[in-house]
Ligand binder design. Structure first.
Ligand code: NAD
Length: 487
C-alpha cells in the first residue's frame, strides 16, 4: 500500500497504534486502489492523546509568543520545502489534481503557520485601562486543549488553519481528520516535531463518527473547532453546549454569485468556474447559485459551455489534469442523484451531467456540469451538492436578485461581478454572508477572516480575528489605594 503511515495516530511526538479500533480504509479516488489501512481511535487512544496534551500545555503557555511563533515559522519553512511530497500525498488522499494541491493545499497551511507565528508577539498583547487613580489591564490567555475536527476536502490546510492560531496562543492541539482523508495531518504532525514543537502539543487522533463524540464530550477539551456539514455542526455544537465549551463552526453553504450586465463576461465566467469546479466542486464557499442578468445570459452561457467542455479531467497525479474525481463513491452517487433531480425538476442541462468515459472506470469522476434556467425552488438551487454542478439562474433587477440571493438558510459567502463599484458595495452590504468577493471568487489568503453567518456557522478562521477564538481575556483590576467598604 503506497501511502501506509507507520501507525494510525500521532501522540506525544510518536506514531501510536491500537488495532482494536474500527478499520479505516484509505482509497485513491481516481482508481479505487487501497493506499493505506488505519484504525479509528479507541477510548484508550483518546485518553492517551488528552493526557499528553494536558502534560505539555502549561509549559508551552509559559513560553514567550516570540518563541512559540519561531517554531511555527520553522514549520512553515519545512512545509514549503516538502511541498511536492506533501501534495502528492494530499492528491492520493483526496483525488484532487496535483496542479491544484501544489499551489493551494500544503502551502496554504504553511501560510497560516507563517502568519500566526509572525503576528503572535504583537497580537497577543492585552490592554491597559486607566481608571483615574486605579487601573486595569487585560491578558489574552489560552483556553487549554483545543480539538480540531476536519472535513475531507482540504485535510492539510484545515489542520494548519486550526492548529496555527491555537498553538501560537499557547494551547495544546488535538486534530481529528476526516475518516475519508486521514493521511496528510500525520505528516504535518511529524513536521511540527521536526520544527521544534514540544511533544504532546500537536496530536493526531483518527476517528470515525463513533470516535468524534468521544473527543468532543471529553471534559478536558476546552474548545472544539469543526469544519464540516451543517448536520454535523448541529450535533457537535449541541454536545459542546452541554459542557459550555467554546466552539467555532465552519459549515456548509449554497453561496450566490451575482453577475450584472456590465460585468466583464470572461472574468465572471472564470469566477463561476473557479467557484464551482475547483476541487471538483468540493469547496464549502463555492458560488453554486450563479445569478446572471438577462442582458448577457446568452453570451454568458455560450462561452461557459465552451470553456467547461475544455476542462481536462483525468489522472490527478498528471500535472496537465485540471479536474479529478470526487472523494469517494458515496459522494459520487450523491452528486449524480442531484443531477437527476435537476433534470426531473425541469432545469436545462447545458453540459456534463454524467460520468466521463475517458477516465478509469473505478474512479469517482463526474463531468463538470452546468444547469441553466434553474429556478429558486428547485432542489439543486437550495441544497449543498458538494460536487461539480453549477446552477445558472436569471434575474432582472438588483433588488430582486438580492432578495433571492439571501433566501437561503446558508450564509457562508457570495460574489458580485460588475463594473459599477457603487453598486458592488451596495450589494456587498445587502448580502447575508461571511465573505463577499467583488470581481473574483474564492480567494482566501490567510490575512483575511473566513467564516459564515446563519446556518453556515460562527467564529472566524485566519487573520487576527482567529486569535480571539483561541484565547480568552483575563481582566486584572489594580487598586492603588486602600480598599474601602461601607461597613
Ligand atoms: P461531515 O460533516 O460529514 O464531517 C466533518 C467531520 O466531522 C469529520 O471529521 C467527521 O468524522 C466528523 N464528525 C461527524 N459526526 C461527528 C460527531 N457526531 N461528533 C464529532 N465529529 C463528528 O463533513 P464532510 O462531508 O467531511 O465535509 C463536507 C462538508 O464540510 C460540507 O458541508 C462543506 O461545506 C463543509 N466544509 C466547510 C468549510 C468551511 O470552512 N466553512 C470548509 C470545508 C468543508
Amino acid at each position: 500500500m503506497r501511502a501506509q503511515p507507520k501507525a494510525s495516530h500521532f501522540i506525544d511526538g510518536e506514531y501510536v497504534e491500537d488495532t482494536a479500533g474500527n478499520v479505516i480504509e484509505c482509497v485513491y479516488p481516481a482508481t479505487g486502489e487501497v493506499i493505506a489501512r488505519l484504525h479509528s481511535a479507541t477510548p484508550a487512544i483518546v485518553e492517551k492523546a488528552i493526557a499528553s496534551a494536558k502534560a505539555a500545555q502549561k509549559a508551552w503557555a509559559k513560553m514567550s509568543p516570540t518563541a512559540r511563533g519561531r517554531i511555527l515559522y520553522r514549520a512553515s519553512q519545512i512545509i514549503r520545502e516538502r511541498n511536492r511530497e506533501l501534495c502528492e500525498l494530499e492528491t492520493l488522499d483526496t483525488g484532487k489534481p496535483i496542479q491544484e494541491t501544489i499551489v493551494a493545499d500544503s502551502t496554504s497551511g504553511a501560510d497560516a503557520m507563517e502568519f500566526f507565528g509572525g503576528v503572535a508577539p504583537a497580537a497577543l498583547n492585552g490592554e491597559q485601562i486607566p481608571l483615574g487613580g486605579d487601573w486595569a489591564y487585560t491578558k489574552r490567555v489560552p483556553l487549554g486543549i483545543v480539538l480540531g475536527i476536519g472535513a475531507w476536502n482540504y485535510p492539510q490546510q484545515i489542520a494548519c488553519w486550526k492548529a496555527a492560531p491555537a498553538l501560537v496562543a499557547g494551547n495544546a492541539f488535538i486534530f481529528k481528520p476526516s475518516e475519508v482523508t486521514p493521511l496528510g495531518a500525520l505528516k504535518i504532525a511529524e513536521i511540527m516535531i521536526e520544527a521544534g514543537l514540544p511533544k504532546g502539543l500537536f496530536n493526531v487522533v483518527q476517528g470515525d463518527r463513533d470516535a468524534g463524540p468521544l473527543l468532543v464530550n471529553h471534559p478536558e477539551i476546552a474548545k472544539v473547532s469543526l469544519t464540516g456539514s451543517v448536520p454535523t455542526g448541529r450535533k457537535v455544537a449541541g454536545a459542546a453546549a452541554g459542557q459550555l465549551k467554546h466552539v467555532t463552526m465552519e459549515l456548509g453553504g449554497k453561496s450566490p454569485m451575482i453577475v450584472f450586465d456590465d460585468a466583464d463576461v470572461e472574468s465572471a465566467i472564470s469566477g463561476a468556474m473557479l467557484g464551482n469546479f475547483y476541487s471538483a466542486g468540493q469547496v464549502c464557499s463555492n458560488g453554486t447559485r450563479v445569478f446572471v442578468q438577462k442582458g448577457i445570459k446568452d453570451q454568458f452561457l455560450s462561452r461557459l459551455k465552451t470553456r467547461t467542455e475544455a476542462i481536462r479531467m483525468g489522472e490527478p497525479l498528471d500535472e496537465a489534469t485540471q479536474m479529478g474525481p470526487l472523494v469517494n463513491r458515496s459522494q459520487r452517487e450523491k452528486v449524480l442523484g442531484y443531477i437527476e433531480k435537476g433534470k426531473a425538476e425541469g432545469a436545462r442541462l447545458l453540459t456534463g451531467g454524467g460520468i466521463p468515459n475517458d477516465v478509469s472506470s473505478e474512479g469517482c469522476f463526474v463531468q463538470p456540469t452546468v444547469f441553466a434556467d434553474v429556478t429558486d425552488d428547485m432542489t439543486i438551487a437550495r441544497e449543498e451538492i458538494f460536487g461539480p454542478v453549477m446552477c445558472v439562474l436569471d434575474f432582472d433587477h438588483e433588488d430582486e436578485v438580492i432578495a433571492r440571493a439571501n433566501a437561503s438558510e446558508f450564509g457562508l459567502a457570495g460574489g458580485v461581478f460588475t463594473a459599477d463599484m457603487a453598486r458592488a458595495h451596495r450589494v456587498v452590504d445587502a448580502l447575508e454572508a461571511g465573505t463577499v468577493w467583488i470581481n473574483t471568487y474564492n480567494l482566501c489568503p490567510v490575512e483575511i477572516p473566513f467564516g459564515g453567518v446563519k446556518q453556515s456557522g460562527f467564529g472566524r478562521e485566519n487573520s487576527l480575528a482567529a486569535l480571539n477564538h483561541y484565547t480568552e481575556l483575563k481582566t486584572v483590576y489594580v487598586a492603588m489605594g486602600k480598599c474601602e467598604a461601607p461597613y
